[in-house]
Design a protein around this ligand. Sequence first.
Ligand SMILES: [Zn+2]
Length: 142
Amino acid sequence: MAEIIKGGCHCGNLALTFHASKPFEDMPIRACQCTFCRKHNVRATADPEGRLEIKVADQGKLSRYRMGHGITDFLVCRDCGVYVGATMEDPENNQILATCVVNTLELDPARIAAPAEAHYDEETPGSRLERRRKRWMKVEFG
Ligand SMILES: [Zn+2]
């Protein structure tokens, strides 16, 4: 059953609305092992059949951190320091894809599946986009 889960950064500058196509218990939880995600102990998920809304109260307080291939925006609130998710442009399909940091969602922790370690170091920018087209979700900025 579909559900809507709210979330966001700590100070409220970045507000998330996760539109899930299925119960959150069934969402795959990934613990990316890149150096950035390890520092945040990130658990992330995305629902390719769902969508994510991100409302930004003050764009000046949104950091779009880039590293590595430089094709992904890691969205971090400059005010409270919370990393809420990452986005990537898919220019061929004229869409932006996103993954969401599970820790920022208002959820009973018991509903979050155990994370699977994920290693993406070997990917090229092309294979990374291919994977994210299948696993990430559409995002709308408001
Ligand atoms: Zn904040």
